[in-house]
Design a binder for this molecule. Structure first.
Ligand code: SAH
Ligand code: SF4
Ligand code: F3S
Length: 443
């Protein structure tokens, strides 16, 4: 029996593409998932180019397969796709010579035929297109969780933040017709999906390129009406989040009261240099409006530390903004120069030690904000979508609230964790830590 292994780096869009890749390998090529990459017949790396770290990890993983390929698994086919594949094309083979297939972000659907030709010819096959079939709705899918699905509504990005590689590797922003989105959501619901996450680099600009199409708030309403229990979406660019979207979040029960709103920096000077097109004042005003309309909203954000020219003063402004926003979570990144982006040309780079020291201070502020915000849940009863059991203890279930908080609770006597996976249970919260809540099943 032939087997495959898919390793995914990067964002939710890549996770979604990997579920399609697994679906095609199973349905079109009849492969089964292998336990580890070392024993698989086909190994696919779905890559990310957003920061240097993800690239280093790819090199490490491909090099470790070299041993298998030159040893007991000589026929293994190694395919590299995603954003590094798209960016580097054939040059990828110069630094990773053991790779058999390079494909890009626009031709995920051709992977089965590329595998077939690579295994026949035994020579490297490269296919990277500058555009292609963007919305792979007709491709099969093997979802990580049967009850959750990613649903892309836009691909690409037109924002060109000066530090970011995404517009170069994912192309211009294109929206998917609303009928297609709704039809896919209906199919997913019929297939047992209870939670859908709408995907786009900037979901708020959905429909801008489709004359006469409904815009994002309407798309939210239409998908919410398909019978799905929970509807999430990422990512929202602060410059484009409309009052109508806030109103839909406040009034449509299926739309989760959780918002990922990347700020990147709290300094107007840096925001301008990043080409973010909003100010700290307009971001804070937006957050105020959100909490007024949706008092129990959970907010997460992204922050880049050490953008070229960032001074202590700029960084203090970021810390201050994070404190004022009262974030539930923040994904914090050290600035990583990306060749080909305007920021990579900037001088005045921040020394590594300074960056690291700022990063550590930011993490402490984020942790205390998250801890403080979690206290509001103590004593409340939350609806929790069960994901499985705790890694440390299989008598404890783990799941998530609407606000995306991880919740742990001991299994009630006689209940089986397997049968609870993908179902909603009611948990009364007894304790709140920084990154999770603990509680007990409500009788
Ligand atoms: N479209 C989304 C996500 C883009 S990538 C958005 O606009 O928010 C996810 C995050 O990676 C970004 O929000 C940013 O914080 C971070 N990021 C992107 N490029 C980076 C770089 N060159 N160095 C460090 N972090 C980066
Ligand atoms: Fe990158 Fe900015 Fe587009 Fe997000 S909005 S993908 S950070 S260019
Ligand atoms: Fe990375 Fe590509 Fe996503 S660069 S963040 S995988 S769009």
């Amino acid at each position: 029996m032939k087997t495959y292994f898919v390793r995914t780096f990067g964002c939710q869009m890549n996770k979604h593409d990997s579920e399609r890749i697994a679906g095609m390998l199973e349905t079109e090529l009849g492969l089964h998932e292998a336990e580890t990459p070392e024993v698989a017949d086909v190994v696919v790396f779905n890559t990310c180019a957003v920061r240097e770290g993800a690239e280093e990890r790819l090199r490490g993983h491909v090099s470790s397969l070299k041993a298998a390929k030159t040893g007991d698994n000589p026929d293994v086919i190694i395919a590299v796709g995603g954003c590094i594949g798209q960016r580097d094309g054939e040059t990828l083979l110069s630094y990773l010579p053991h790779v058999d297939i390079v494909f890009g972000t626009h031709n995920v659907g051709s992977l089965p035929s590329l595998i077939a030709s690579a295994s026949e010819s035994r020579s490297a096959t490269v296919e990277v297109l500058s555009e292609g079939t963007e919305f792979a709705s007709d491709l099969p899918s093997v979802r990580e969780h049967p009850w959750h699905a990613w649903l892309p509504i836009t691909v690409g990005c037109d924002n060109f933040c000066t530090y970011c590689i995404v517009p170069y590797v994912r192309g211009r922003e294109r929206s998917r017709p609303i009928e297609e989105i709704v039809a896919e959501a209906e199919k997913l619901v019929a297939d047992g999906v209870v939670e859908i996450t709408l995907l786009g680099q900037n979901v708020n600009s959905y429909g801008r390129d489709l004359y006469g199409e409904p815009r994002f708030p309407e798309a939210l309403r239409r998908v919410a009406a398909t019978g799905v229990r929970r509807l999430r979406f990422v990512t929202s660019h602060p410059k484009d989040l409309s009052d109508e979207t806030i109103a839909v979040m406040a009034s449509v029960p299926e739309v989760c009261r959780y918002l990922h709103l990347p700020v990147q920096s709290g300094s107007n000077r840096i925001l301008k240099a990043m080409n973010r097109k909003y100010t700290r004042e307009s971001y804070l005003a937006l957050v105020d409006r959100l909490y007024t309309e949706i008092p129990d909203l959970a907010v997460s954000t992204d922050v880049i530390v050490g953008f070229p020219g960032e001074t202590d003063e700029d960084f203090e402004q970021t810390l201050d903004l994070i404190r004022r926003t009262g974030v539930d979570q923040a994904f914090t990144f050290l600035y990583s120069p990306r060749a080909g982006t305007p920021a990579a040309e900037l001088e005045n780079t921040v020394p590594r030690e300074v960056m690291q020291e700022r990063f550590d201070r930011l993490v402490t502020v984020v942790q205390s904000s998250a801890f403080a915000k979690n206290q509001r849940f103590i004593g409340t009863t939350q609806e929790v979508l069960v994901e499985g059991t705790s890694r440390r203890d299989d008598t404890v279930i783990t799941g998530r609230t609407e606000s995306n908080k991880v919740v742990h609770a001991p299994l009630p006597e006689g209940a089986s964790a397997a049968s609870l996976g993908g179902t909603f249970v009611r948990i009364t919260i007894d304790e709140a830590q920084t990154w999770f809540l603990s509680g007990h099943f409500k009788g």
